[in-house]
Design a protein. Structure first.
Ligand SMILES: C[S@@+](CC[C@H](N)C(=O)[O-])C[C@H]1O[C@@H](n2cnc3c(N)ncnc32)[C@H](O)[C@@H]1O
Length: 286
């Protein structure tokens, strides 16, 4: 269950309260509004399921398809930013032989609570480091993936370290509030990723674009109407402004996939603070 479904449950609760109040107080308006709210909540929940889980391509199949598209040699170092339950980390790890994946997220409650701009709508209920580790074990790639609690706004790795970075539905959650939610956080994260990638390293982003019928169903008419600026061009600009050359764009059913490459000889981006040492890949998990 995610934050949207939690919201829909709240809508249902309000509808039920309206119906009960209307019934016991003999107030037909409250009763009618309560019923409308209940019907809306049910339709929106069905729409959310259809728009997020049914109509778009199956997420595991898509992760596998994009991993294949990258044509990995097997010895890459890969970073999965905001791995959640490890979907992309695991799928990419399956294609590695001597390579390793480092997957970061902020599973620890106390770490989340210290972050000024943590977007709680990004945290799908049931996410935990334990579950993510179990997923990697079930898929028999646990020895190739190292999971770490780390804030995507404060990536602590050496420069020129990774061959590939994956950002699966995390950039939308890096923001500083407001309606446009501040693009600087996303750009700042991408610039940092640019630095920690090797020359010619690639970044893959999976994101939502708020246009089209699928997202109208999935994200309530209100979210849909107020976030029409969230297009594939928006995401392309974030990547390009960070210095990446875009090599691949795919848009389907309210989702975009972009692959950007760090250009060889590009003069780079200003320094971004502390960096971790090379031992990060030697630690199997935390
Ligand atoms: C929508 S989920 C996507 C999970 C996974 N990448 C996928 O595609 O299935 C977004 C994830 O980003 C994580 N996240 C949000 N803000 C973060 C931050 N500042 N640093 C690290 N992870 C973050 C959340 O905890 C959540 O697991």
């Amino acid at each position: 269950m995610n934050a949207f479904l939690g919201g829909f449950l709240l809508i249902e609760f309000c509808g039920v309260v309206g119906v009960i109040t209307g019934h016991y107080c003999g107030n037909r308006i409250a009763l009618g509004i309560g019923l409308i709210v209940i019907v809306y909540g049910i339709l929106q929940t069905i729409g959310h399921f259809l728009g997020v889980y049914v109509i778009p391509e199956n997420r595991v199949a898509k992760a596998a398809r994009i991993a294949d598209l990258l044509d990995l040699s097997g010895n890459e170092r890969i970073l999965d930013v905001g791995t959640g339950r490890g979907l992309h980390a695991i799928e990419f790890a399956k294609r590695l032989t001597t390579g390793k994946v480092v997957a970061i997220d902020i599973w620890h409650e106390h770490l989340r609570s210290t972050l000024k701009h943590y977007d709680f709508t990004s945290h799908t209920l049931g996410h935990s480091l334990q579950r993510t580790l179990e997923n990697a074990e079930i898929e028999q790639v646990a020895h190739k993936v190292s999971f770490r609690n780390m804030d995507a706004n404060d990536l602590q790795f050496d420069e020129n370290f990774f061959d590939v970075a994956i950002c699966g539905y995390i950039l939308q959650h890096l923001h500083a509030g407001g309606r446009r939610r501040g693009d600087e956080q996303k750009l700042c994260c991408m610039k940092k990723i640019y630095k920690i990638l090797k020359p010619e390293g690639r970044v893959v982003i999976f994101e939502a674009v708020h246009k089209g019928f699928t997202n109208f169903l999935a994200f309530t008419p209100f979210v849909y109407l107020f976030s029409r600026w969230l297009t594939e061009d928006y995401w392309r600009q974030i990547l390009q402004n960070a210095g990446f050359k875009i090599e691949y764009t795919e848009v389907s059913q309210g989702n975009v996939v972009l692959v950007g490459r760090k250009q060889k000889g590009h003069r780079g981006i200003p320094n971004f603070g502390r960096l971790l040492s090379w031992d990060v890949l030697l630690v199997p998990s935390i």
